[in-house]
Structures are given as structure tokens and as C-alpha cells.
Ligand binder design. Sequence first.
Ligand code: HPA
Length: 233
Amino acid sequence: MQYGIIGGTGFEAPFSPAKEEIFSTPYGDAKLIYPENKPYVFVSRHGTDHTIPPHKVPYRANIWALKEIGVTEVYGISAVGSLKKAYGPDSVVLCDDFLDFTKTRPHTFYDGDHEAAKHIAMAAPYDSELNDAFEAALGEKLPRGVYVATEGPRFESRAEIKFYASIGGDMVGMTNVPEVVLAREMGLHYANICHVINYCTGVEDTMVISKSEEVRNKIIRAVDEVFTSDRVP
Ligand code: HPA
């Protein structure tokens, strides 16, 4: 299986009937979901019943399992808050870099237990060809942005959001680190599609969370199109 999708909040399950497999790894179990007649495997980051909080997602098991079954190209899909007035709720933004403010989660395969210490370059964490292929399938040009990863599960304070905006962040989420880092450690081509569902704390007076099915459907249809057509570079 060459292709993988890791779905986050709002993308808990693939849209077609699927078979599930519990895949054991040195880092615990990963649940792999195989949509019928599709050339990709699906992983539900928070579980299909949304019970796994961001700091307890089995990131290493998920990425290890994808690598083991032969996946080379992965789209992560994430719900995020926006630091920028210009990217309002229901915007779609592609990651082109990240800032890491996570605190407690296992964040590497190279921890000296199972693998030798190793230092992976992070100059280009997100695969630009996967980003371009997604845009082509969507038929839209999308902004690129810097993803600020927070520990969660709480939302941020006003002061934190001011700080993240001041250091170059564009959107805030709780899961893309360590996911992108682990994907790069395993040599996977990885891109992350962000569905903006709210302005971050204090960017507007009140925080309103969008639940637009339309944007979710549009994202999942385009990812499906990339993987089921010849759009992958
Ligand atoms: N902050 C952090 N993570 C998020 C947010 C937010 O405002 N919205 C969706 N995920």
C-alpha cells in the first residue's frame, strides 16, 4: 500500500466502507483502516470515536505502521486555529514549516532504545510536490503557513497567541508535531493540509468553531483524487 491519510478532528473516518486492522509495533498498536477499493490506508488520529487527546495520540505507532506496510506518501489533515485575520474559518492552508511548543510527548524514533541517535534535517519538513498535487486536484491555489504546535488539550491564552503571531506563526494546532517529524525520520513524503475551524484566542472577541461539512468534503475528495489518479509526482 503506497498511500496513507492521517485524519484529525472532523476527519475521524474515511467516507467509504472500510476494514480495520490492529497493527502491532514496538511503540504500541496502530489502527489501520482500509477503505474498500481505495489505494490508500487511513489512520484516525484521535480514534474513530474521537477519544484520543492530542498528547496521547500514538504518533510513533501510526508512522511506524504506515512505513511497515510500504506507505511512501502521506497526507495529514488537521483542524487548526488561525492567527491571521486573512485566514478565517473554513480557509484551507498548507503547512510549509512549523514551530514546536509541545512538551510531554515521545517525539522521535532515535531515542537510543530501538534506534541509534540520529539527527534528521528539518529544512523542508513538508513535501512541496504533495502540496502542489493537492492544489491541482482541488483546482485552487492555497496559502502556505507556519504551523505552531501546542501541547493542548486546552486552547491557548491570549498572551500565548500574541506571542505565537509575533514569532511568525500562521496557524495553531495540537498534533502536527511530532507527526511530521516522525514521518521525516521514517523517510516518508508527508504534507499537512490545515482546515481552519476558528480564529485563535483573542484574534476575534469570541471564539466560534466552524463545523462546515462542505470544506471537509472538498478536502477529502481532493486527497482521494490525488491518490486514485496519476497526480502523485
Ligand atoms: N488552538 C490549538 N489547536 C486548535 C485550535 C486552536 O485555536 N483550533 C483547532 N485546533
